[in-house]
Design a protein around this ligand. Structure first.
Ligand SMILES: Nc1ncnc2c1ncn2[C@@H]1O[C@H](COP(=O)(O)OP(=O)(O)O)[C@@H](O)[C@H]1O
Ligand SMILES: [Mg+2]
Length: 396
């Protein structure tokens, strides 16, 4: 059918034509926003799940919901080895700019921007030793203030910055939401500073929330950092879509184009995509282009499957596999041989005929690259659904 009218959207962070099966999370976030707006004590939300289940898309939807309520919003994507100081400064700059036009006292905004600038510039020397050569200033044309949020200690500085940002939001009768994607990648020291700042803020009741998304082990990362983080955040684990939601994800966009699927076709698609949102979009995209007309049939799915699979093999699986070193690839192949459940690191070592300790660098490298996570102490699992199956299908 006409590829121009193809509604499906495979791709990281791509907004799906129909956000299926996430009503509960949307409702929960609605409650969070409403309670924070009313100054009620509220835990913030953190969305976790495997790659391709729709965390980024959900986080972006949360952001739109906050914007609709005229909150100030900003978003960062955490990276390993990168301090969150500057990204957070940019994100809060953006959030406060959204609120500024409604503020009655422009000098309060200027005051905040001065603190923000000082915060951004107070980071420790960078690793190259070229300290403050490029004194980064995020396009803020006020002088940096002194004596607030600029101690160089991220925990103190973030806390002060959050309190000040929250008070700007209070002035305009609104809130600020800071979104953090790939939250598991925040360096350990910064995670602890961020939790501490959220903790302080939750006690003062200021209308600023940090909303996160990350891999399934994120709750463990946060509790290891600060034991009280369990009480700070409400965790929403998202997963594959159930049958009804997966059908809705396919049918709703098609029906807006006056196209439908036969029941057999829906069966075939559910068994191929296994309910994983990324796979649902990927198969549907190819099937649409291949199908001669409506309704889309099981035969169309059969014809489209090889192309959909090869696109996934390149774009979804292959692009990640490429990032691994030879030793890391061996490690993952051994994991794949052991099945699709989380596997014991000791079994991986046995499979490879190696000492467990000698494999730590490979395992840690894979965790850092976000290909593998530690599901529980001593267990590892793929962050990418069906990754084991993909590896087993590769020539050795
Ligand atoms: N609820 C949903 N219904 C239908 N498709 C979805 C849904 N959530 C995500 N998708 C699709 O899944 C893919 C992956 O979404 P993304 O948010 O990037 O996942 P993650 O951040 O968890 O890796 C995108 O192509 C997106 O359009
Ligand atoms: Mg994502």
């Amino acid at each position: 059918m006409d590829p121009v009218r193809n509604p499906y959207a495979p791709g990281a962070g791509q907004r799906p034509p129909e956000l299926a099966g996430r009503d509960r999370e949307l409702q929960q976030f609605e409650v969070v926003l409403e309670r924070v707006a009313r100054g009620r004590p509220e835990r913030s939300m953190i969305v976790t799940g495997l790659r391709g289940v729709g965390k980024t898309v959900l986080l972006n939807t949360f952001r739109s919901m906050a914007m609709q309520r005229l909150w100030g919003t900003g978003k960062i994507e955490a990276r390993p080895d990168q301090s969150i100081r500057r990204p957070v400064a940019s994100a809060l700059h953006m959030a406060v700019r959204e609120l500024a036009p409604r503020h009655r006292a422009p000098d309060r905004i200027e005051e905040f921007l001065g603190v923000l600038k000082a915060f951004a510039q107070a980071g420790p020397e960078d690793k190259s030793g070229k300290a403050r050569v490029h004194r980064w200033s995020p396009g803020i044309d006020v002088p940096a203030a002194r004596g607030r949020a600029d101690s160089g200690d991220l925990e103190i500085d973030l806390t002060e910055l959050f309190v000040d940002a929250a008070s700007v939001a209070t002035d305009v009768g609104s809130g600020i939401a800071l979104f953090v994607d790939e939250m598991q990648d925040i360096p350990a020291d910064d995670v602890s500073a961020l939790c501490a700042a959220c903790h302080e803020l939750s006690q003062s009741g200021g209308p600023l929330i940090v909303v996160g998304a990350g891999l399934p082990h994120l709750p463990a990362v946060l509790s290891a950092s600060k034991s009280y983080s369990e009480r700070l955040f409400r965790y929403a684990r998202i997963d594959r879509l159930d049958r009804e939601s997966a059908d809705l994800a396919l049918l709703a966009p098609a029906e807006r184009e006056e196209v439908t699927f036969t029941p057999d076709a829906l069966d075939a698609l559910y068994s191929a995509a296994d309910g994983y949102p990324y796979f649902v979009q990927a198969y549907a995209k190819v099937v649409w282009d291949v199908a001669p007309g409506t309704p889309i049939t099981a035969e169309d799915i059969r014809v489209a499957a090889p192309e959909a699979e090869s696109e996934l093999a390149v774009g979804f699986f292959g692009s990640r596999y490429e990032r691994a070193t030879p030793a890391e690839r061996d490690y993952m192949r051994a994991m794949a041989q052991l099945g699709d459940e989380p596997v014991a690191t000791s079994s991986v070592a046995q499979e490879l005929g190696r000492k467990p300790s000698s494999l730590s660098p490979a395992r840690d490298g894979l965790i850092k690259k976000g290909l593998v996570f530690s599901a529980e102490r001593g267990l590892v699992a793929f962050t990418v659904p069906h990754f084991g199956k993909f590896l087993r299908a590769q020539p050795a």
